[in-house]
Design a protein around this ligand. Structure first.
Ligand SMILES: *Cc1c(COP(=O)(O)O)cnc(C)c1O
Length: 357
């Protein structure tokens, strides 16, 4: 197989061990003589995978008893409306930190008043707003902890007078999280914990069942809690890969060890961006993401962007083009990204500097 450095933003790199184990299960699942995608989701072998996966979530993030862990379909984008339908009675507060936050806001507006507490739209979302007051009279406060497109990340768990709902699609399992500071944590698996197709939701149970609107069964979190995320057929293969990915996280020391590795990897790349006169980081330094590293060509080398892309391609770098809405470059360096690949990108940037500057 061709060896590449996979900096894709999502779907993206996953641990090779998780992929290999999943390939085996595609061929023969748990000694059943059947593929994991052909067994019944009501079989005891499959139930065991669901149980193991839920336990791993609980163990790795130290999730308290009064929270439930759900595996659903529909992606994070469906959570934008499910959160609002389940929790929004009169007013919700949102922090506007990027395109994903804006999409969450748009969905919530269909179900009640939305107060945008602060926004970084004035500077193309290149920072996280700091000076804001969370309104105590709102039903919840929604944040996006890592802004995948802009490379900004909220590095702390906020204190809030109302339940915090967090889209953690692109930084879940990258660091320890104080789950009890949140009402709901959700995200698409495809950035750090699995392939596309499964969505994780961690929800504090006492928040549910309070809104006056009718909730269709599929929209009601209580439906999925009651049926152990099997009200409808779960996305079995994505869940299987997610389970193997979490086993890999555990074998490699858990989320505290992930955080340490992620800090080291990000530092290697940000140090080079700050040192190399051809490149400039776009995110405010204190808000720099450990997952998505965004940078552009320095003003005087603006015409060299295509040349750098070409060199990077030649050196087997994949996926470093910035999101179409911001341009430049973005290197996504999720949990599974080895330090060697980050170093290879740094080497490539240094080589480019020698050739051009
Ligand atoms: C990718 C992403 C989404 C969208 O996820 P889907 O599962 O494709 O709906 C939402 N929020 C953030 C922060 C993301 O990075």
């Amino acid at each position: 197989m061709k060896k590449v450095h996979n900096f894709n933003a999502g779907p993206c790199i996953l641990p090779q061990e998780a992929i290999d184990a999943s390939i085996e299960a595609l061929k023969d699942f748990a000694g059943t003589g059947m593929s994991v995608i052909t067994v019944s989701h009501r079989s005891k072998e499959w139930e065991a995978i669901m149980d193991e996966c839920r336990s791993l979530w609980r163990e790795l993030l130290d999730i308290p008893e009064d929270y439930e862990v759900l595996f659903l379909g529909g992606g994070a984008s469906t959570q934008f409306l499910m959160v609002a339908m389940n929790l929004l009675e009169t007013k919700a507060a949102y922090l506007e930190t990027g395109v994903w936050a804006k999409k969450a806001i748009k969905e919530a507006k269909a179900f009640g008043e939305v107060e945008i507490v602060a926004s970084s739209a004035d500077k193309t979302f290149n920072y996280i707003p700091k000076d804001f007051t969370i309104p105590a009279d709102a039903d919840y406060f929604h944040i996006t902890t890592n802004n995948t497109i802009y490379g900004t990340e909220l590095h702390e768990d906020l204190d809030s007078p109302i339940p915090v709902v967090a889209d953690m699609s692109s930084d879940i399992m990258s660091r320890p999280v104080d789950v009890k500071k949140y009402g709901i944590i959700y995200g698409g698996a495809q950035k750090n914990v699995g392939p596309g197709g499964v969505t994780f939701v961690i929800v504090r149970k006492d928040l549910l069942g309070k809104v006056s609107r009718h909730l269709p069964s599929m929209i009601d979190y209580n439906t999925h809690i009651k049926d152990g995320s099997m009200f409808n057929t779960p996305p079995v293969f994505p869940v299987y890969v997610m389970n193997e990915t979490l086993k890999w996280v555990k074998r490699n020391g858990g989320v505290a060890a992930m955080q340490k590795r992620n800090q080291e990897k990000a530092a290697i790349l940000y140090d080079e961006i700050d040192r190399n006169k051809m490149f400039v980081g776009t995110a405010a330094k204190e808000d720099r993401s450990l997952m998505n590293v965004c940078f552009v060509m320095a003003e005087e080398y603006k015409d060299k962007e295509a040349d750098f892309m070409a060199l990077a391609k030649e050196r087997n770098m994949v996926g470093i083009k910035g999101h179409r809405s911001v341009g430049g470059f973005r290197a996504s360096i999720y949990n599974a990204m080895p330090k060697e690949s980050v170093q290879a990108l740094v080497d490539c940037m240094q080589e480019f500097e020698k050739l051009n500057a």
